[in-house]
Design a binder for this molecule. Sequence first.
Ligand code: NAI
Length: 250
Amino acid sequence: MRLEGKVAIITGGASGIGHATVQKFISEGAKVVVADIDLERAEKVVAEVEADGHPGQAVAAQVDVSVYDQVEAVVRRAVEAFGKLDVIFNNAGIAGGKPLLDHDPAVDYQPMIRVDQDGVYYGILAAGRQFRDQGTGGVIISTSSIYGEQAAELAFTYSAAKAAVISFTRSAAYELAEYGIRAVAITPGRVGTPIINQFSEELRTTFASEQLRNKLTEPHEIADVVAFLASDEANVINGTVVHVDDGYSV
Ligand code: NAI
């Protein structure tokens, strides 16, 4: 129960990595706000937590992370429901892309930057202010990607946003250390979630072969690392990137 007594917001908590992290955090004793643009699925995750024998340990909140006021409202919701905030996992994101020269900036650049980049900035800002005002410190974990550190086909905008997540993490750790706030970014490789599962069997086999164990990562394998990073056992991991890509980047 390494997260006993901790209160966490998990954005994108209704699916994939976020969903697995909700389950892991609950099993480690945390109280969780399942924050997602898809309220219906977030409520299903909360119902599942209750059915698993943890009544009152999770609440659902609808949020579009690309709108600052909504992110701030989720932080308020956590405090209303559970009295404080200890951890934010800025994980909501969208993927996809076109060749650069086919871009319509209004379609292929701005919307993704708003979610994958601005959304993380807003999470850091809103949670950071809450941690400072509480005077308790806190942990900010944000989901980047292997593409945050390297170029890839059809990933011009996604790579830019995910690189910004790494930069935000370094700067947030640097600037917020005086409030006892820690920040860490994770870079998943190929994780078996709806983002990947939408592709053909053949392409998924290729994705798996890019990782050293020749398999797609399971969402719960990422969640295990996030729970560790959120815990006090990871107090010296700060302002850095934790590669959770099964050797993709070696
Ligand atoms: P997913 O599609 O299963 O989950 C993403 C969740 O984010 C969904 O529940 C969706 O409703 C929510 N969401 C989307 N836009 C939102 C918004 N504007 N506001 C609030 N919630 C929003 O995807 P997955 O794979 O679990 O992705 C989670 C994170 O991991 C993303 O940031 C993604 O870029 C990143 N990632 C995923 C990899 C993979 O192989 N699956 C690899 C590297 C990074």
